[in-house]
Ligand binder design. Structure first.
Ligand SMILES: [Zn+2]
Length: 334
């Protein structure tokens, strides 16, 4: 295997892959797991339906065979006894009189019965063959399904391993940037971007600690995808201004939103409506809070590369130059 030459960044000891790239790869792997799981479930559903259909067909066939078997025995017995002694047979009602026409009719009735027995026998044979074919089909279907399930399972395992490797790599990179991922016992999954969908199920301001990833700025935290994007944005800011970004507020719980709202009603979003409560918004200081400062202008020009925006409303109603937020849709395109 040929190894790709190490990049200049890697040679300097920096991580060659950006946090955003790792985040995207981890999320893609996770999406792959979700897709493969859906495919597996669909496959199982389809298999169950086919199995049910086959079982119904088999039952119908068995009933038909039973009915045929019931007919076959007396019909056979009747035909045999006719061959042996037509005069003593159960057909005697046909044979009354003894004139030629009646005998002929009796013979033809007998032919009819023989033919009937042959039809019954050949139908029974056909049914048996159909039964065997269906049983074979059921077995093949089961084998094919098991194989496909095993393949999907293997694919899911592979993606899971890949995703978990990427999340570990992300965590390591964040740790290098001074983020104590498990700080405050939030659990090692706090910075896992593949848990975002799960985090989405919590109401605004009620995100459990285990879904909030700490930022390099002490005490600040955001949802994993936003935190990773912020860590990347912070790096770029730092390399431009020589110091990290300054945060005055990040995730706000419902009670914290209420406190802010009642202190400055016109200035904070109605509690339960703020993107701070989703772990997506930050209020910045260090110059950014002043509209058209160099820091504000730099952020305005560069934040989108990292998935962060200064929302339209914050330019005027209410005017909040300090408010920036992560846009997951934009982030997903990076
Ligand atoms: Zn804000």
């Amino acid at each position: 295997m040929v190894r790709a030459p190490r990049s200049a960044a890697a040679a300097k000891g920096k991580d060659p892959v950006s946090l955003t790239q790792l985040r995207r790869q981890a999320q893609q792997a996770y999406k792959g797991i979700e897709d493969a799981t859906k495919a597996l479930q669909a496959r199982q559903k389809q298999f169950d339906a086919s199995q049910r259909e086959l079982a119904t067909k088999l039952t119908q066939l068995q009933t038909a065979t039973l009915q045929l078997n019931k007919m076959r025995k007396p019909l056979s017995d009747l035909v045999s006894s006719l061959y042996q002694d037509p005069s003593m047979s159960g057909l005697s009602p046909f044979l009354t009189g003894g004139d030629g026409a009646t005998t002929l009719r009796a013979m033809s009735d007998m032919d009819y019965l023989v033919a009937g027995r042959n039809i019954v026998l050949s139908d029974a044979l056909k049914l048996l063959q159909q039964q065997q074919q269906l049983a074979g089909e059921a077995q093949e279907l089961r084998a094919a399904n098991l194989l496909e399930e095993a393949q999907l399972d293997a694919q899911i395992d592979l993606l899971r391993a890949k995703s978990s490797k990427l999340v570990k790599s992300l965590t390591r990179t964040l740790t290098k940037l001074g983020v104590n991922v498990n700080q405050g016992n939030r659990g090692p999954g706090a910075c896992d971007p593949t848990r975002v969908t799960e985090a989405d199920q919590y109401p605004n301001g009620l995100l459990p600690k285990s879904f909030l990833c700490p930022l390099p700025q002490k005490g600040a935290e955001l949802r994993a995808d936003a935190a990773i994007a912020f860590a990347d944005l912070n790096l770029a800011y730092k390399s431009h201004f020589g110091q990290p970004m300054c945060i005055s507020s990040s995730y706000r719980s419902l009670s914290a939103q209420q406190a802010v709202y009642y202190q400055r009603p016109g200035f904070a979003a109605v509690p339960g409506k703020s993107n701070h409560g989703l772990g997506l918004a930050v209020d910045l200081c260090g110059g950014v809070q002043a509209f058209r400062s160099v820091q504000f202008n730099w952020l305005e020009a560069n934040s989108k590369r990292f998935g962060f925006i200064h929302p339209d409303w914050s330019y005027h109603s209410p005017f909040e130059p300090w408010h920036w937020e992560y846009d997951p849709k934009l982030g997903a395109q990076l």
